[in-house]
Write a protein that binds this ligand. Structure first.
Ligand code: DGL
Length: 299
């Protein structure tokens, strides 16, 4: 296969990164994608940074074996913990989702006060404030951890009733009073602070964007890193001369560490917007062995 037509590797702790994969498939329709959701070990958010870094190296090693031409770390928590490690370890370019999201927020804010909704791991890492301040040191940043949002997305989308595709397609899946309340409580600390732009600093959160938008009110702009990351990916591929050829028939492959591949397939189809026909199951033990084998420690 010509190098340009090799797939782009995309990964997340679970389903959230499919929001990025979907944006890539829309913006770059000739590109093939190989997606990994490390669902068995989701959520990454409450985990120790060193542990997440190890997971990032393991999934990165798996994608490398699949001969991807580029890796997108479609998880903010994984980006915060391990982007640099993976960039040093792999021969292909690796980008994350934090810098593109930060750039979009800095460009969008007029009050120069930005809110960041993210996982606990991303908040604790301070990756968003530092990425924002690299671009504009004068922008005030208020971070808020909203781990319950990840839980809502993973739980609601993989619960029994969601196995009915027709019901899933009715996007009312998150239009429920319990979700509305949880979202209102989650965003409350960002209210009345002069914030006019909020970054969805977790790739699961765009799935709740309607509820988040309603809770924040009309005056607040929501920035999702999916589109911004996609833009950076497209620019990089173009500059490197690595864009897939115009006659490339893209393939979309999915793999997950989930024990319940059926739920992953149904929920994934809902997010990705196409049926996830075949999903490969990855054993966590295999991932661990692969990273040991690659011995990326210290790279
Ligand atoms: N999707 C991940 C992110 O963007 C978070 C989910 C998790 O906690 O594993 O940070």
């Amino acid at each position: 296969m010509p190098n340009n037509d090799k797939p782009i590797g995309v990964f997340d702790s679970g389903l959230g990164g499919l929001t990025v994969a979907r944006a890539i498939s829309h913006a770059l329709p000739h590109e093939s994608i190989t997606y990994v959701g490390d669902t068995k070990r989701c959520p990454y958010g409450p985990r120790d940074q060193a542990e997440v870094r190890l997971f990032v190296r393991q999934v990165g090693a798996w994608l490398e074996r699949r001969d991807v031409k580029f890796v997108v770390v479609a998880c903010n928590t994984a980006t915060a913990a391990g982007l640099d490690v993976l960039q040093r370890a792999l021969d292909v370019p690796v980008i994350g989702v934090i810098e593109p999201g930060a750039r979009a927020a800095v460009q969008a804010t007029r009050t120069r006060r930005v809110g960041v909704l993210a996982t606990q791991g991303s908040v604790d890492s301070g990756a968003y404030p530092s990425a924002i301040h690299m671009l504009d040191a004068g922008v005030g940043v208020t971070q808020q951890a909203a781990p319950v949002f990840v839980d809502i997305v993973e739980r609601k989308l993989t619960s029994g009733e969601c196995l009915h595709k027709e019901w899933m397609r009715d996007r009312g899946v998150f239009d429920a009073p319990d979700v509305r309340l949880a979202v209102e409580q989650g965003v409350a600390p960002l209210m009345n602070r002069g914030i006019d732009t909020v970054v969805l600093g977790c790739t699961h959160f765009p799935l709740l964007s309607r509820q988040i938008r309603a809770a924040l009110g009309d005056g607040v702009r929501i920035v999702s890193s999916a589109e911004e990351t996609c833009r950076e990916l497209a620019e990089t591929l173009e500059r490197r001369g690595d864009l897939a050829s115009a006659d490339n028939e893209p393939t979309y492959r999915f793999a997950s560490t989930s024990d319940d591949i059926t739920s992953f397939a149904v929920a994934g189809s809902f997010i990705f917007g196409h049926d996830l026909d075949s999903i490969e199951h990855i054993d966590v033990e295999d991932l661990e062995a692969l990273a040991d084998e690659r011995d990326m420690e210290g790279n």
